[in-house]
Design a protein around this ligand. Structure first.
Ligand code: IMP
Ligand code: MG
Length: 225
């Protein structure tokens, strides 16, 4: 699972899961019965996800834990990551001399794609974004694929002149379609696979699965819309 020992590890990539990583057999873990037969394997068990988030919280606190943070959770996929991250940030904040005050807000994104390129992004919900002016914003996202969503969101938010914007993404995909965007904090770098669980969905299904798993062809067919 780890990278090549000859090279200096790049911890900015997070935990690197290689393309030949076979995952864990589903029979070794528990998961909802209604998803029996729909999954290929467990890519990241729930416990490892939470342990990794604990470390991300420590890294975030080290960087920006001396000021007030506005946490912006990108729904729906980011809700589990955001909840666990905020919990760890609160724990660190309570048990250290760092004094961080956190506000949390939730947004949803609606994108318009035109010839594969995202021209415009609509931000739905959340408080009036003009309140972000001068604030230290931490965007919490589930997965960066091509990076287009994040780039579009960042350029929308930059208009409101926050003091600082940092991006935490639980997952980053290694995809040839990447536009090169890299979050400031990455939980795991994963192969170019469609994954579900831990709030990530396939047509709204699988958000109620604890582990991050790879969906199989049967699952894709069953929940296709
Ligand atoms: P991007 O614009 O290609 O970076 O896509 C990012 C968005 O697509 C994420 O915020 C997710 O909502 C969604 N997405 C990309 N890959 C997956 C996946 O494997 N499972 C579930 N949602 C995904
Ligand atoms: Mg997302």
């Amino acid at each position: 699972m780890a990278g090549n020992r000859e090279e200096a590890p790049d911890y900015g990539r997070g935990v690197v899961i290689m393309d030949d990583w076979p995952g864990y057999d589903l029979s070794l873990f528990t998961y909802p019965q209604h998803y029996y037969g729909d999954l290929e394997y467990v890519l990241i068990p729930h416990g490892i996800i939470v342990d990794r988030i604990e470390r991300l919280a420590k890294d975030i606190m080290k960087d920006i834990g001396y000021c007030n943070i506005m946490v912006l959770c990108v729904l729906k996929g980011g809700y589990k990551f955001c909840a666990d991250l905020v919990e760890h940030l609160k724990n660190i904040s309570r048990n250290s001399d760092r004094c961080v005050s956190m506000k949390v807000d939730f947004i949803r994104l609606k994108s318009y794609r035109n010839d594969q390129s995202m021209d415009e992004m609509q931000i739905i919900g959340g408080d009036d974004l003009s309140t972000l002016a001068g604030k230290n914003v931490l965007i919490v996202e589930d997965v960066v694929g091509t990076g287009r969503t994040m780039k579009a969101l960042l350029s929308s938010i930059e208009k409101y002149k926050p003091n600082k914007i940092k991006v935490a993404s639980l997952l980053v995909k290694r995809t040839p379609r990447s536009d090169g965007f890299r979050p400031d904090y990455a939980g795991f770098e994963i192969p170019n696979l469609f994954v579900v669980g831990y709030a990530l969905d396939y047509n709204e299904y699988f958000r109620d699965l604890n582990h991050i798993c790879v969906i199989n062809e049967h699952g894709k067919e069953k929940y296709r819309v």
